[in-house]
Write a protein that binds this ligand. Sequence first.
Ligand code: SAH
Length: 220
Amino acid sequence: MNQHLKDTFRHKGKRKLLVEELGKMGIEDPAILSAFNAIPRHYFLDLAFDEQAYTNMAFQIGSGQTISHPYTVAFQTQLLNIVKGDKVLEIGTGSGFQTCILCQLSAKVYSVERHMELHIKAKSMLTFFNFNAKLSFGDGYKGMPSYGPFDKILVTCGAPEIPRLLLSQLKVGGIMVIPVGEGVEQKMLRIIKEDEQNMKVEEFGTFKFVPMLEQTVKKI
Ligand code: SAH
């Protein structure tokens, strides 16, 4: 956890400006904007990035991974159309920032991370905020079958294709938001599971994510 868990007026002021910027960029849901105001992003970052925490940038969070751009977090969240009490599975806990945004929106969150170091850090952040999300250390390709099916599934790393096992853990009528693509860029997809055989797939532009890696988990 970050050693500087202090939310100064300076941080609050910068955060307000970021929220305004997100609004101008097309994030219209007031609940999402107020969640961004409520969760101090600088708590999830190394002190070295404190000054830049409220710019629309990604930063290193250790284990070779990055926290997503605030706009990306907000955009994916908006695509999910979170309703209070939704059961949400997140793949790629990373810093835990996105997890906290979902908790702030009153979702019941389950999140998987394959790096033990990040999993442990994120757990302490969720505890700090008193959110009771279920964080799991493991391979996100497997999902969390014993806790499913889920109303929503959010993948925060770039997948080479839509993982079938995850789709099988989505409720009929549920939404999966996932960046899909083989190279450095992915297409943001919103998938609506129409029934056990059919899905509706919509595309929402190009993004850059760290890859969703297969099989191996990384212990400390
Ligand atoms: N939501 C995070 C984004 C972190 S980047 C945040 O806001 O900080 C994506 C994360 O996905 C990385 O931490 C990476 O380790 C994780 N990841 C990649 N492949 C994975 C897999 N197969 N299972 C679980 N996590 C995975």
